[in-house]
Design a protein around this ligand. Structure first.
Ligand code: BG6
Length: 241
């Protein structure tokens, strides 16, 4: 579907749902490094190709798959708690984390136009809060959904459906911005429109299921007038305040 096709333009977009890692903040390279050290710690020889398939899924889902694939004899609880501690220690040590270039401009433009937004990330809730604080992007997001709050993580649609429900917006009226194959699949399975954000920091990601692809917020800015934004629900606007 291209931006000019009737399917894209048919229904107004009433809310924009943002993935966090790799879209609002370039955090995947940080995670890759920590993950490589945790894989080595538990003796899992994960190739780069395999590693990139875990982008966008929850930590639990990644480790579940790694334990089985590599025959690792530690429990899921052991590996996840070791890994989570490393992630929090590393991220907490950053004084600031920089938001993706121009993400702020785009978000403030949406705010001026009163377009409701939410962040829907597979990361644990505490990590979302930490990143929202350190990047300063928290002021834009009253609605935040983490992978811990839904039954099935990305690539299942649950997280985006839940975010839409919290905003009181129909899935078909939501636009998702995603950088991972798993995330794009989740958005499309939720029946939403999706812009794929090809971020080299997020590894090799097949975003071909997305309706449109960009490589920067400048590109998103350039197409802003092609987005059929409008007619927001009152519930979503209340959440925005
Ligand atoms: O859904 P998001 O914001 O892209 O978050 C996904 C990331 O969540 C992190 O917690 C994982 O460690 C990453 O491997 C994963 O890619």
């Amino acid at each position: 579907m291209s931006l000019n096709q009737p399917d894209w333009l048919e229904a107004p977009i009433q809310a924009v749902l943002f993935d966090m890692d790799g879209v609002l903040v370039d955090s995947e390279p940080i995670y890759f490094k920590i993950e490589r050290s945790s894989f080595a710690h538990f003796g899992a020889a994960v190739s780069e190709k395999e590693h990139h398939t875990y982008v966008g899924v929850t930590l639990e889902s990644m480790w579940e798959q790694v334990l089985v694939k590599h025959g690792i004899h530690f429990t899921l609880e052991q590996v996840v708690s070791y890994h989570k501690e490393n992630v929090f220690k590393t991220l907490s040590a950053y004084k600031y984390l920089h938001a993706m270039p121009y993400a702020d401009n785009w978000l403030s433009w949406l705010k001026e136009r009163q377009v409701p937004v939410a962040v829907a990330s597979s990361s644990p809730r505490a990590l979302i809060e930490l990143i929202m604080d350190k990047t300063g992007l928290g002021r834009y997001f009253n609605v935040r959904v983490s992978g811990e709050e839904v039954m099935h993580g990305k690539p299942a649609p649950d997280i985006f459906l839940h975010a839409a429900e919290l905003l009181g917006v129909e899935p078909s009226s939501c636009l998702v911005i995603e950088d991972s194959r798993n995330g794009v699949q989740a958005a499309k399975s939720a029946g939403m429109r999706c812009i794929g954000f090809q971020n080299p920091g997020s590894g090799s990601q097949d975003l071909s299921l997305a309706d449109h692809r960009i490589t920067s917020y400048e590109q998103l800015w350039a197409i802003r007038n092609s987005l059929p934004l409008g007619e927001y629900s009152q519930l979503a606007l209340d959440k925005q305040l």
